[in-house]
Every structure is written in C-alpha cells, then in structure tokens.
Design a protein around this ligand. Structure first.
Ligand SMILES: *[C@@H]1O[C@H](CO)[C@@H](O)[C@H](O)[C@H]1NC(C)=O
Length: 216
C-alpha cells in the first residue's frame, strides 16, 4: 500500500500546500481538479477534503467517477462535455477559487480561465501540448503556478529538506486514516512476466488506481 503512493502523493502535496498555498484558512473554498480519478487527482482530492475544501472533480466513466467520489470528491463533472455549464448547474456561475489541472492544459485553457473565480489560483502539473495565452490571466488577476516533483533535487534547492517534511506529514496522515492508499491491484512475484502484464494493463489506459508488484 505504501509503495503505491510516493510519486503521486508528493506531487499532490506540493501542488496543494507549496504551490497553491492551501491551508485550513481555505476551509469552505472550492478546488476544481481536472482529472480527479488519476494518481495525483485521487490523492489531491483527499488532501483538499481534509483541509475542509469543497472538491469538484472530473471523470468520464462510471468507474472513474465512483473512484473519485470514494477519494474525496464531493461532485464529479463529466469531462467529455463542456465543464462550464456543469459548474454553473452546481452553483458555480462565478467560478472556483482553486483549479488543479492534472491533464494537458492546452485543450482546457479557455475553460480554466472561465472557471476560475476572480483572484483565483491555477496549478499545472502536465506539460502543455501547445502555447497558452497568459494574457488571459490579467483581467481576473489570476495566479498561475506549476508543479514538478523533482525540481528540488534537480536544482539542489535550499529547501530540499521539504521532501523529508512532506513524507513525515503524509506518513502521519496515512497512519491516521486521513489518507487512503490508491492501490487497486497487486501482482506477485516480481518477474518479467508480471512486469509485462502490468505494463500491458497500463498501456490500455483503463487502470484505475495503482498496480504494485511485490515479492521475488
Ligand atoms: C459522460 O458523457 C459521455 C458522453 O455524453 C457519456 O457517454 C458517459 O456515459 C458520461 N459519463 C458518466 C459517468 O455519466
């Protein structure tokens, strides 16, 4: 269960706490997570929920919608359809305070700008497949931040110790049951056959949660 978590959890944690600067003072505010059923999304939704935020996710299949609801989302929108009318139908005509984009931001850019409330914050974690227009941020005084989990190591930043603090904090949260593992499948033993099968499943792009290989 622990092996399934580090990569997604560090990304989700840094996005929420260190980039969007969420804290308990944000209780009652709303975080929209585009692609909330994926690895990072399903941890970010739990972390945000724990801080008292309202979490709106997006998914497209009944199974991913259910997975997202089980991992902290209060509402799950259907991302195969325009998100704006769906947000409006849930009472978010003026947008949401925070948006975490766990997907290529390029096709979503106009939607993201419209869905952000004035003075809101947007965090990107996936490379954009095209150029986006940052001029659109100004009118609503929006803040755009990026998260890349290995930055502190790659650039030897002064706050590298932060990884230690994050792991301590999330370990506490897992042990207290505040966070649950997103492990959904374990394959054993660790051999070429299982490695190939696990990879084949991932390539189908239908896997929900994490696959772990265990035991030699
Ligand atoms: C999302 O919308 C698509 C297209 O209308 C539909 O096929 C799919 O079943 C919807 N998903 C959910 C979970 O309702």
């Amino acid at each position: 269960q622990a092996a399934a978590m580090p990569l997604t959890t560090v990304t989700a944690y840094e996005s929420l706490y260190d980039r969007l600067l969420l804290s308990e003072k944000d209780k009652g505010k709303t975080l929209l997570i585009i692609n909330s059923a994926g690895g990072v999304g399903s941890v970010a939704s739990q972390l945000a929920k724990n801080l008292g935020l309202k979490v709106i996710g997006t998914a497209s299949r009944t199974e991913t919608e259910a997975f997202s609801l089980q991992h902290g989302a209060d509402i799950v929108l259907n991302h195969t359809k325009d998100l704006l009318p769906q947000l409006e139908a849930h009472g978010y005509k003026n947008g949401v305070e925070y948006i975490l984009v766990n997907y290529d931001p390029y096709p979503y850019w106009d939607t993201i700008i419209s869905a952000a409330k004035a003075q809101g914050k947007i965090c990107l974690i996936v490379d954009s497949s095209g150029l986006v227009d940052i001029r659109q941020l100004k009118d609503k005084s929006l803040t755009l931040v990026s998260e890349m989990m290995a930055t502190k190591i790659k650039y030897e930043t002064e706050d590298k110790i932060r990884y230690h603090e994050i792991f301590e904090d999330v370990t506490r949260m897992f042990e207290a049951g505040i966070l649950k593992s997103t492990l959904t499948k374990t394959m054993s033993p660790i051999n070429a056959e299982n490695l190939k099968e696990a990879h084949r499943l991932l390539e189908e792009k239908k896997v929900i949660g994490k696959i772990v290989l265990s035991g030699f």
